[in-house]
Design a protein around this ligand. Structure first.
Ligand code: GAR
Length: 202
């Protein structure tokens, strides 16, 4: 299975995917930011990578579509990609785009999830992988991972604890899709032989 990964920064989730590539290959990395660490990761693994100026979304998405038409990926992975894709773009790649988000969705879509969890004195936090639809951090949730929030935690400590679990979550989830344990049939997401009723836990 071929995948294209969209990033906006450090690219540690990208690196986790590149180290694994069990049943899939990353064929291209796209970013809306120049000179990011994630491009060094792509270079290190010899993966073609493209910067796209995202100032004007329709233009940016047209360029991204050209690359995707060339690459014909089976799956598009948003791994720390911080731009919102248009409904039109998402529709073009229906059921083909997944995103990793640092919260237990449907709670805390959007930014600053770690701080918002602390502000609400939650005792549990986590990350989710979901199919992307036309709403922000929305769409069928595929898998989740959880961490405990402790009294001494800060937004930074939560981010540090969670990122390690995110890597496993994303790699395992992409692996399940690549190996066809997770698949769409008639607009229903199946896991092995049954519709997926609740998120897989990693
Ligand atoms: C990750 O924590 C990811 O969940 C988050 O950005 C970080 C990227 O880290 N994504 C979002 O907030 C998307 N809404 P990385 O560049 O090291 O993979």
């Amino acid at each position: 299975m071929n995948i294209v990964v969209f990033i906006s920064g450090r690219g540690s989730n990208l690196k986790a995917l590149l180290k694994d590539q069990n049943g899939y290959q990353v064929t291209h990395v796209i970013s809306d930011k120049r000179g990011i660490k994630g491009f060094d990761v792509a270079k290190q693994f010899g993966i073609p990578h493209s910067y796209i100026n995202w100032k004007e979304r329709p233009k940016a998405e047209a360029i991204a579509t050209e690359i995707l038409t060339e690459e014909q990926p089976d799956l598009i992975v948003l791994a720390g990609f911080m731009k919102v894709l248009s409904a039109n773009f998402v529709e073009k790649f229906h059921h083909q785009i997944i995103n990793i988000h640092p919260s237990l969705l449907p709670d805390y879509p959007g930014l600053n999830t770690h701080q918002r969890v602390l502000n609400d004195r939650k005792t549990e936090h986590g990350a989710s992988v979901h199919f992307v639809d036309n709403q922000l951090d929305h769409g069928q949730i595929i898998s989740q991972t959880r961490i405990a929030v402790e009294t001494h935690d800060t937004a930074e400590s939560l981010a540090t604890k969670l990122i390690l679990k995110e890597h496993k979550l994303l790699v395992q989830t992409v692996g399940q899709i690549a190996n066809k344990y997770l698949f769409w049939r008639d607009n229903t997401l199946f896991y092995i032989d049954k519709p997926l009723q609740k998120p897989l836990v990693y």
